[in-house]
Design a protein around this ligand. Structure first.
Ligand code: IPE
Ligand code: IPE
Ligand code: MG
Length: 228
């Protein structure tokens, strides 16, 4: 079997990684950025077409204000740092989520990154921020109405094209770190036939070697898509 074209990762376990060391949760998030760098490089080297990372859910606003504020500050800093890398490597950046719910400065950064990299032919890097699959489906349904679609014109293709993922292919391999066996509202529609890979490894300990292990596991799977 060929490599997965679309790899999606639920990056989980930053808080537990920090707690194991007696550190604040935000230190775990900082360490997690290094994993993003490693995985991004490894995915590029492996020729993955689409890499989707879940960084902040529509439900994560429930966390203490201090943690949310620190996460937003970190994000701002790293979006700027990653900009040069995306340009150097020809990576196309794409945000998944309700952008209007993000702080204004970050909205500008996200739009700027998307515009600056839109013509890039290489890997597409989808970053899910203020992302929730149910909200995505609701906004896609609203768009069908706004676009004046007749009931019979609301097909899987028509709805799928109005999701934030747009014309990105379905997820082939869905990875979750930290051992949790749930989707937590990530890419429900797009993962209909995804292969699941859960590792106990906490996100800050996940890197190129762990991504390759997940790819190797994927190659052992037999995908049937409901057929025989
Ligand atoms: C994942 O790590 C990152 C975000 C959700 C922002 P967590 O912060 O969920 O870490 P745990 O699950 O509490 O260990
Ligand atoms: C899922 O992780 C969201 C992200 C990785 C951004 P959570 O830590 O928020 O998920 P739950 O609460 O354990 O389901
Ligand atoms: Mg978590």
């Amino acid at each position: 079997m060929s490599h997965p074209n679309h790899v999606a990762i639920i990056m989980d376990g930053n808080g537990r990684w920090a707690a194991q060391r007696g550190w604040s949760r935000i230190k775990g998030h900082k360490a997690g950025v290094r994993s993003v760098e490693d995985v991004l490089e490894a995915a590029l080297a492996e020729g993955i077409g689409h890499l989707s990372l879940f960084a902040f859910s529509t439900e994560n606003w429930k966390r203490p204000g201090q943690e949310v504020a620190s996460l937003m500050a970190l994000l701002r800093m790293y979006l700027r740092m990653f900009r040069r890398r995306f340009i150097e490597k020809g990576i196309r950046f794409h945000h998944l989520g309700a952008i209007e719910g993000m702080p204004e400065g970050i909205q500008r950064d996200l739009k700027d990154l998307e515009a600056a990299t839109a013509a890039h032919p290489g890997m597409v890097f989808h970053l899910a921020l203020n992302y929730g699959s149910r909200l995505e489906l609701v906004q896609a349904a609203r768009r069908c109405v706004e676009d004046g679609l007749a009931p019979e014109a609301i097909t899987e293709e028509a709805l799928g094209a109005r999701l934030w993922t747009g014309d990105a292919p379905d997820v082939d391999l869905l990875i979750r770190t930290s051992g949790e066996l749930r989707l937590s509202n990530f890419l429900l529609w797009q993962s209909a036939y995804a292969e699941f890979y859960v590792t106990e490894t906490l996100w800050p300990d996940f890197g190129a070697a762990q991504l390759r292990e997940a790819l190797a596991a994927y190659h052992q799977r037999e995908r049937r898509f409901g057929g025989l």
